[in-house]
Structures are given as C-alpha cells and as structure tokens.
Design a protein around this ligand. Sequence first.
Ligand code: ZN
Length: 85
Amino acid sequence: MESTKTCSKCGATWINGQHYWATGNKGNEDDLAGLVCNKLGDDACINPKKGSNIGDTWASRLGYMEGAMDARKKMLEDLREQEGE
Ligand SMILES: [Zn+2]
C-alpha cells in the first residue's frame, strides 16, 4: 500500500519513504535539510535528516556564486589593464 507523508513545515513529500521535491523529482533528504529544514524546521518537521549538514546549503551555493563572480571581476580587471597599455 502506498503511503504518502507531507511535512507540514517545509511541504516536502515522502512517497513510500522516498522524498520527492515539489517538482516531482526524486529528492535528497540531506539537501532538503540543508536548504529548508535546518532553517525553517522545528519539531514539526518530519525530515529524518533534519540537522544534517552534509547536503547542499544556500551558503555553499552562495559561496560558489561569489567565487564565480570574483573570477569574472578579475578577468574584467585584467582586460581593462590590457586596454590601458
Ligand atoms: Zn520538513
């Protein structure tokens, strides 16, 4: 028998114990914890991995974006220096 559980806190859905994102894609409880449950979750959150920090987090995503921005800024600065010569 199929069992569906939905977390009242983060809205994540588990079907037969497998977490699915709202998009319908198979989920990852560690990512869910890092992205949603660790911030929003409280005792009402049913994510079994709540508190996990091995998954994806906004901090790691932002860090990645900042790194990419820095690299781009550096590249533009290098170009400007070359133009100045
Ligand atoms: Zn939750």
